[in-house]
Ligand binder design. Structure first.
Ligand SMILES: Cc1cc2nc3c(=O)[nH]c(=O)nc-3n(C[C@H](O)[C@H](O)[C@H](O)COP(=O)(O)OP(=O)(O)OC[C@H]3O[C@@H](n4cnc5c(N)ncnc54)[C@H](O)[C@@H]3O)c2cc1C
Length: 531
């Protein structure tokens, strides 16, 4: 049952599990445990649930924040779909985006990514007809598929008890490490010397936030494979994710509270025993699970002495927060059909783009061309949109931005950060709008409303210190760190969410399952797949 913390009633002092944050990882964990008869309390700091799956409404429009498309849910037997069906009791429905899910725009050229592995390859081959490129495309897709097959063992190893992991963990991890240790650029350069082909194949790199020379090949492969069977959007919008899962938690006796900020995780003799809320109230539990991100959990919620005794600083030093982002939320008068909005996303890149070079140039000076602009048309993807918002449409445009540009405003109040902040926002908004007009020129003059979120907005609402878009960077190193695991050095304190698997709804969702399996010592995956 969803309640606001201030208006909540019938709360108990003791729970089996307290879950910090209500991102998809936390909600998945809470639903699995509640359905298994455990007493669960989910505490969410924001006034609305869902973490990055939350939506917001303004001026008669509604925007999705962290879901633009999800793969694999079109296949009823896929783990992602089975998981969603299990935790929402089958109430979360999916709308197919159609044949084209991503359109890679490089200068004036467009490269479509189409649904179905064979179709994907065939379409790419029309853009790259040379025999050596055709061969490279076949090799590439085969490699992507081979790489992701090694992932399940790698990630399920995280659910093993330490002793078992010591014995067989190395074997379960080693196959995937062969792929994760190389950068995307290294692997693609072994397949082809055609730089344009590499640029196109990396056209979705914004989905994992790092350009080819910095990202691990495994995250590239996971994202590419995730969408190969097409993109899907929740019917009724992203809010349906939390709105369908929370009643399942409620029906099983659990509680989800919003506007409920955890100030501190209470530790006695290096054992987590409960949490102290921002207003001082204490809740106790046998087990505390945090889905708020490893940096937020360790830096903001643990007493300094606990942080130091457990040498958590050594862990945090080895990982880096992912890039910060800006997002322009646009409202238009007219239905998606009237405005001819596509369902496919655009990834817009500069002419003759080399992803690494343009990324580097931009990071040095954000006045240079955006290295990547992502444009999504959520209202066109949701078949229920026009029932809720007749005669209206929305568009989201996202790009990366160095956090330090916004740092000076981090202590200001929301909506009251001053004229210079508003001016910078306006300048960035106009640049993003130009990227939209480049691919959909007929929309010029049709914009009714727009609003830019900055890394400070993300910090304010989702508590990611540096406005991170994806939690942690997906470098080759990331996959070496065994501490990115549900288990922490503190007894009865566990982690879940994107940081322990990978970013993305699928990654964070699996994290919920892995944490549940690790704590519950049960084969929930078998139970879910059987359902
Ligand atoms: C702009 C954007 C676009 C994206 N697009 C896609 C997409 O199209 N497809 C896709 O698969 N993925 C996408 N992602 C990624 C995806 O949304 C995330 O990887 C995923 O939702 C993360 O889930 P999580 O469980 O780790 O928790 P999060 O969603 O990160 O939630 C963490 C929660 O913890 C809460 N919290 C923090 N501190 C406290 C505290 N002290 N007390 C209580 N609660 C606290 C926060 O308020 C937050 O609600 C996108 C992300 C962004 C930002």
């Amino acid at each position: 049952m969803l309640q606001s913390y201030k208006k909540s009633h019938e709360l108990q002092d003791q729970y089996d599990y307290i879950v910090i944050g209500s991102g998809i990882g936390s909600l998945a964990f809470a639903a699995i445990m509640a359905k298994d008869g455990k007493k669960v309390l989910v505490l969410e700091r924001h006034y609305t649930p869902g973490g990055y799956t939350h939506i917001f409404k303004r001026r008669g429009y509604e925007w999705d924040v962290g879901i633009h498309y999800i793969g694999e849910v079109g296949r009823e037997r896929s783990l992602v779909r089975k998981m969603f069906d299990y935790i929402s009791d089958g109430n979360l429905k999916w709308a197919d985006m159609g044949d084209i899910y991503d359109r890679i725009v490089i200068g004036d050229e467009i490269f479509d990514f189409v649904k179905g592995t064979q179709n994907f390859k065939n379409q790419l081959k029309t853009y790259f007809p040379a025999p050596e490129d055709q061969e490279a495309i076949d090799k590439y897709v085969a490699l992507v598929i081979a790489a992701i097959k090694t992932g399940q063992k790698f990630f399920m190893e995280k659910a093993l008890p330490p002793l078992v992991s010591k014995i067989i963990g190395g074997r379960m991890r080693k196959d995937m490490l062969k792929y994760s240790r190389k950068t995307t650029l290294e692997v693609l350069s072994e397949i082809t010397s055609n730089q344009k082909l590499i640029t196109v194949l990396c056209g979705q790199y914004g989905d994992y936030g790092l350009p080819p020379s910095k990202s691990s090949f495994i995250i590239h492969a996971m994202v590419v494979r995730h969408y190969l069977a097409g993109g899907f959007f929740p019917v009724g919008g992203s809010s349906q994710v939390a709105d369908t899962i929370i009643p399942v938690i409620g029906k099983a006796g659990g509680t989800v509270l919003v506007s409920a900020e955890v100030d501190e995780i209470l530790i006695e003799k290096n054992k987590a025993v409960g949490v102290k809320m921002a207003d001082g109230k204490i809740f106790k539990a046998n087990t505390i699970v945090s889905g708020a991100g490893i940096f937020t959990t360790y830096n903001k919620m643990l007493p300094k002495s606990v942080f130091e005794i457990n040498k958590l600083g050594n862990q945090l030093q080895k990982i880096t927060p992912s890039a910060a982002h800006i997002a322009l939320y646009i409202g238009l008068k007219g239905s998606p059909e009237e405005l001819k909005l596509p369902k496919a996303n655009y990834w817009v890149y500069p002419e003759n783009c080399n992803h690494d070079k343009v990324f580097e140039t931009y990071v040095k000076d954000y006045n240079n061309e955006f290295p990547v602009v992502y444009i999504s048309f959520p209202s066109a993807k949701d078949p229920d949109w026009s029932n809720r918002y007749p005669g209206r449409s929305t568009i989201d445009i996202i790009s990366v931005i160095p956090y330090d540009i916004f740092q000076k405003w981090e202590d200001g109040r929301w909506k009251k950060r001053g004229e210079d902040y508003d001016e910078l926002k306006e300048k960035l908004s106009q640049r993003l709008l130009e990227a939209l007009f480049k691919v959909e020129p007929h929309l010029r003059g049709k914009i009714d409303y727009y609003e830019l979120s900055t890394p400070i907005t993300t910090r304010h609402f989702v508590n990611y210190e540096k406005g991170e878009i994806y939690g942690l960077d997906h470098t080759p190193d990331r996959f070496e760190h065994r501490f990115l695991n549900p288990r922490t050095p503190i007894k009865n304190l566990w982690l879940t969410g994107q940081d322990i698997v990978t970013a993305g709804i699928g990654g964070a969702l699996s994290a919920g399952l892995i944490t549940a399996s690790a704590i519950g010592k049960k084969n929930y995956i078998g139970k879910i797949m059987k359902g």
